[in-house]
Ligand binder design. Structure first.
Ligand SMILES: [Zn+2]
Ligand SMILES: [Zn+2]
Length: 253
């Protein structure tokens, strides 16, 4: 199968926050058609290791699209920025995330590496805050934001995202309890990347396999791949009728 005109999706990190199954935290690498630089969909704390395990260069990343401001989804950005700084990067890096991203990222960097946010760098770090209902284009990728149900800070809601790369549309639930907004995120998408934290256990503010089964008829994407799975899910993958991600999984969509 030719990859021309397609998007290469690499699940560098397909895990939850707690390393279940030995998996890295959320880090999905997207390389679009053409010569454009790749982007990340979420960048959990373990992402630099995850990318290098896949042979992917963190220095190439032109933009990071952040679903929400939890450590397993944006905690890797300080390492991405500092690594680029020490490698002499010159091209700008754009971080797109929910309202509050600029402040929370600055605080995170200053907490982890004091002085690092204010340090002089050869490249710009541009932060674009994206409220639900709005869209922005960064590094040639259009991101439309939808409201997720997953508290992650006072100043901004969590997002579900719908990314357009060339002719390919990728929906991403991020972390969220079931919400009808996911119907819009999935509609007509080539791929929906969906959290499936537990099978049926009632964990607040997270998607369960049971929710996806119950609403499967409304999720009108061409393909659904599950990610962000707990040990409970990983122990029962043989019962799961959806495709599931693993670290290092590469898809062409
Ligand atoms: Zn979260
Ligand atoms: Zn998470």
């Amino acid at each position: 199968m030719s990859s021309a005109g397609q998007v290469t999706v690499t699940f560098a990190g397909s895990g939850d926050a707690f390393g279940s199954g030995g998996r890295y935290q959320a880090c999905i690498h997207l390389r679009g058609p053409g010569d454009g630089a790749p982007v990340l969909l979420d960048c959990g704390a373990t992402s630099l290791t995850a990318l290098r395990r896949c042979g992917l260069d963190p220095g190439e990343i032109a933009a990071v699209f952040v679903s929400h401001l939890h450590g397993d989804h944006f905690g890797g950005i300080p390492f991405l920025i500092l690594n680029a700084q020490f490698a002499g990067r010159a091209s700008p890096l754009t971080v797109v995330g929910p309202p509050g991203t600029a402040r929370r990222l600055a605080e995170l960097m200053e907490c982890m590496f004091p002085g690092s946010w204010r340090a002089r760098r050869r490249f710009r770090v541009d932060v674009a805050e994206l409220p639900p209902g709005e869209a922005v284009t960064a590094a040639g990728v259009r991101a439309a934001a939808f409201p997720a149900d997953h508290p992650s800070g006072d100043d901004g809601p969590a997002l579900a995202l719908r990314l357009t790369l060339g002719a390919t549309v990728i929906g991403y639930t991020g972390d969220t309890a079931w919400t009808d907004a996911l119907v819009e995120v999935a509609a007509g998408a080539d791929l929906l990347i969906a959290e499936a934290y537990y099978r049926a256990k009632d964990v607040p503010y997270h998607l369960r396999l049971a929710d996806l089964v119950a609403h499967a008829g409304r999720l009108a994407s061409r393909r659904i791949v599950l990610t962000h799975m707990s040990a409970d899910m990983l122990a029962h993958l043989d019962q799961v009728r959806f495709e599931t991600a693993r670290d290092g999984l590469v898809l062409h969509v």
